[in-house]
Design a protein around this ligand. Structure first.
Ligand code: AGP
Length: 610
């Protein structure tokens, strides 16, 4: 969603803000802008289009100033246009505001302000904030913003600057939209997300819900929305500047696909012991006694994270014999779920800021459920609000299409399932040992699959002109069929549907003809016989089969049009392996079709509005 970047210090503000905005491009946006304070006057430059367009504008009309705010806008109220781009200013250009979120009562507020004589230049909900601040200018910027926040309904993260407070940047957060303050040496930074700060500082403070921060070059003053001072210290993030660079890869997505062996190693590091056998997750926040007393587990998640949850159901039911429900987070609250203290709710989210997943967590907690989040971003809202957390440790993920965070989520749900199984006394030590050993061996096997990237690009060349794809899988690989189809459609805009292979005869088989490629996930295992029958049924109807099969499976080699081999592995862990060819195929299809791989149209990395 919208991205915010701010700076206050001795240097040129725009030279931090512009690259900062570029590092937030992954959030998705349609326009961008910057405001600075130079010589006691507000200067604003904004435009529709990409950061490159803003950069061109700044080259022809530079911005001076040591205090500034910048924004990438993802349109909600008012179409993408120069006028609707942020920052927004009041009638006399006395305050500039950037905003992420939705002001729910903006129509009423705008009516009142217009009646008072305020002149509006945009159709956005954000502009009312600038005029509310103008109305309270005499109070000083901090008090004016606290007052304005009281007048506003809805969720927001916003930042503002004003000539009346020439050395200050003020930011406030209410609701889901994240804001991170970065501590520099004699300078302070602000951003919607940590990547914008990398290379400048790793010393950060995540603004809490209902907090206001006043930043000067020397530091921060933190308040509640009632104006009460808050004392909280910063923490150091372990992501470095290079994590936010492409490091020679053409796209972040490809880089992140290739980072999966390392990400997986990090997910399991220090957490497993094959000998005992044991799984250690101290940050779980629940004792073995609590885990043993559970009678149900509910996964809630969106998109790719929901697919990880679907695989998690197989793990938890098999290893821990605990009944599992899996909900799309946006549906969870609307089906009146039955929860209590013996239910463990497990929200899964890369960002930890997905609005629906957070809302589902809050609903579960309101009903007395315990909650353990599986999450990639340290200190995110989800991680803070849950009783415990399993960090996936995949490292920063910038590509909008989730890849390494997904396989790390699969590893994390496997760890959780083993932990539950051991605590509840249902997990056979031999099986636990096998899974732990299998996880430890996986990074090498993933590296084998990655070496096929060029071959998979050639396969994609053959199929790049196809408009429809079907993905089929059974058992543990059914969620992978859903994930393969999602990856393809979100980045290459090619229609794809994922199905449980057994469902094929109940409808989708009607789609199959000589123009329909079907990706069949068919590694050796319990479902192998059944899925190869499905494969034959597709062939009998002239469908084109792209099979993902176990290395050396000659029978599949003879039956399919194309085979992508994966090395043999423990059957439980196959989803982590087959994810890679699915990701690589989608990536190469999108790249060949000339799509914007890292920032697909209409999509945002974290969906922070419901
Ligand atoms: C993944 O490729 C998607 N872009 C998307 O479905 C994503 O998984 C979903 O929005 C959930 O995000 P989260 O994991 O940050 O909660």
């Amino acid at each position: 969603m919208c991205g915010i970047v701010g700076y206050v210090g001795p240097k040129d503000a725009a030279s931090f803000i512009l690259p900062g905005l570029r590092r937030l491009e992954y959030r998705g946006y349609d326009s961008a802008g910057i405001a600075t304070l130079g010589d006691g006057v507000l200067h604003v430059r904004k435009t529709t289009g990409k950061i490159a367009d803003l950069e061109a504008l700044l080259a022809s009309d530079p911005l001076d100033g040591r205090v500034g705010i910048g924004h990438t806008r993802w349109a909600t109220h008012g179409r993408p246009s120069d006028a609707n781009a942020h920052p927004h200013v009041d009638c006399q250009s006395r305050t500039a505001v950037v905003h992420n979120g939705i002001i729910e009562n903006y129509r009423e507020v705008r009516k009142v302000l217009a009646a008072e004589g305020h002149r509006f230049r945009s159709q956005t909900d954000t502009e009312v904030i600038a005029h509310l601040l103008e109305r309270r200018e005499a109070d000083g910027l901090v008090a004016a913003l606290l007052g304005a926040a009281r007048d506003l309904q809805g969720a927001f993260a916003l930042a503002c600057i004003a000539p009346s407070a020439p050395n200050t940047l003020v930011a406030v957060r209410r609701g889901n939209s994240p804001l991170v303050v970065g501590f520099g040496d004699g300078e302070m930074f602000l951003a919607s997300d940590v990547p914008a700060l990398l290379g400048k500082t790793r010393d950060v403070l995540v603004l809490g819900d209902g907090e206001l921060a006043a930043l000067t070059a020397d530091g921060i003053s933190l308040f509640t929305l009632d104006g009460e001072p808050v004392q909280r210290s910063s923490r150091v993030v372990d992501w470095d500047g290079e994590a936010a660079e492409k490091s020679g890869y053409p796209h972040f997505m490809l880089k992140e696909i290739f980072e999966q062996p390392e990400a997986l190693q990090n997910t399991i590091r220090d957490r497993v012991d094959a000998e005992t056998p044991d799984v250690r997750i101290p940050e779980l926040g629940l004792r073995d006694r609590d885990l043993a007393g559970l009678n149900r587990l509910c996964f809630v998640a969106c998109g790719t994270s929901w697919h990880a949850a679907l695989v998690g159901k197989y793990f938890v039911e098999a290893f821990a014999r605990l009944p599992v429900e899996v909900d799309i987070a946006s549906e969870f609250r609307y089906r009146k779920p039955v929860l209590d203290g013996r239910v463990l709710t497990v929200p899964i989210s890369q960002s930890g800021e997905t609005a629906d997943t957070l809302a589902a967590l809050r609903e579960a907690k309101d009903q007395g459920s315990r909650a353990v989040a599986i999450c990639n971003v340290v200190g995110s809202s989800l991680a803070r609000e849950a009783d415990g957390v399993i960090y996936t440790r995949a490292g920063i993920e910038i590509g909008v299409a989730s890849t390494k965070a997904f396989t790390a989520q699969l590893a994390a749900v496997a760890l959780l399932a083993l932990k539950l199984g051991l605590a509840r006394g249902f997990a056979e030590p031999a099986l636990v040992r096998q899974v732990i050993k299998g996880l430890a061996e996986l990074p090498d096997l993933l590296a084998v699959v990655l070496r096929q990237s060029d071959t998979i690009r050639k396969i994609a060349e053959r199929f790049a002109h196809h408009a429809h794809f079907l993905y089929l899988g059974r058992g543990l690989n059914f969620p992978l069929a859903l994930e393969g189809a999602l990856k393809l459609k979100e980045i290459s805009y090619v229609h794809a549907e994922g199905y449980a292979a057994g469902e094929m005869k109940h409808g989708p088989i009607a789609l199959i003809d000589s123009r329909m490629p079907v990706v069949v996930i068919a590694p050796r295992g319990a479902a192998y016989g059944k899925i190869t029958s499905n494969l034959e049924e597709i062939r009998a109807r002239d469908g084109i089969v792209i099979a993902i099969a176990t290395e050396g499976d000659d029978a599949i080699g003879a039956a399919a049009d194309v085979v992508i081999p994966v090395p043999p592995s423990l059957e439980w862990l196959q989803p982590l392996l087959v994810a890679l060819p699915l990701q690589l195929f989608a990536y190469h299809m999108a790249a060949l079709r000339g799509c914007d791989v890292d920032q697909p149209r209409n999509l945002a990395k974290s969906v922070t509005v419901e």
